[in-house]
Design a protein around this ligand. Structure first.
Ligand code: V0D
Length: 234
């Protein structure tokens, strides 16, 4: 189990609303329960030696949801950090965020930035929240920044390569994900890390995110390891 542990796991945490609906609960109850799953899976990832865990918490499309739901979602980072940050720090976890910060409510951004700065020197698992994140807009920003460098004579066109593009993306110094997990039965990437997932193993489950356990997580990692052994053998 502890051999060929994926260095970077990315997760699309889908099915929170559907989990709640199934139980006759408001969607918010699903989001709250999903937040508890974030903590459990972070600890499970840390325990097996994963170095980077990127979680899709809020997409640029999610603003289209009802205002009450968006308002509730934007309280979750504060709530999560209030409950969990001390223990994350004890476990040497480094909190990061990638996404467009400009549209986030100040109270949300403040809580996240505080957690980021408090943990910036931690050397354990990097817990990277994709918040107000969209992959196409991430790539457009990178292309524009590179175009500007060319226009201003700081780069030549023939110096534009994959590594340069990597360094202009929000994942900066992180390795590409080895494994993508998506819960709740949808088989799409939904504008998540399109560049970075080019060579990743993809693992899907019908389980809703609030019902996703450490056992499901280990199942995904073991399947990853089987796949790696199979193509490593030839
Ligand atoms: C709701 C399932 C933790 C997905 C998980 C604003 C939908 C629970 C955070 C979080 C959300 C984000 C940043 C941070 C610390 C915690 C979170 C959102 C939604 C969107 F620094 N859970 N969580 N953020 N949900």
């Amino acid at each position: 189990m502890l051999e060929n542990v994926p260095e970077h796991i990315a997760i699309i945490m889908d099915g929170n609303g559907r989990w709640a609906k199934r139980r006759g609960l408001p969607r918010m109850a699903g989001h709250h329960s999903g937040m508890k799953t974030v903590k459990r899976i972070t600890m499970a990832a840390n325990a097996i030696g994963v170095k980077y865990l990127t979680l899709y918490a809020f997409s640029t499309e999610n603003w289209k949801r009802p205002k009450e739901e968006v308002d509730y979602l934007m309280k979750l980072p504060e709530l999560f950090l209030e409950i969990e940050l001390d223990e994350l720090i004890q476990n040497n976890v480094q909190v990061r965020m990638m996404g467009d910060r400009s549209l986030l409510p100040p109270h949300t951004l403040k809580a996240v930035e505080e957690a980021v700065s408090k943990t910036v020197h931690n050397t354990g698992l990097v817990l990277n929240f994709a918040l107000n994140y969209g992959s196409r807009s991430e790539m457009l920003l990178a292309v524009k920044a590179i175009a500007r460098e060319v226009q201003e004579g700081r780069k030549r066109i023939d110096e534009i390569d994959e590594s340069l593009m990597d360094h202009h993306l929000l994942t900066g110094d992180m390795p590409d994900p080895d494994l993508l997990i998506r819960t709740s039965g949808e088989l799409r990437l939904s504008n998540f890390m399109l560049w970075q997932l080019a060579y990743s193993e993809l693992w899907f489950t019908d389980v809703y995110w609030p019902a996703f356990t450490e056992e499901h997580f280990h199942e995904a990692v073991q399947e990853y390891q089987r796949r790696i052994r199979r193509y490593g053998g030839i």
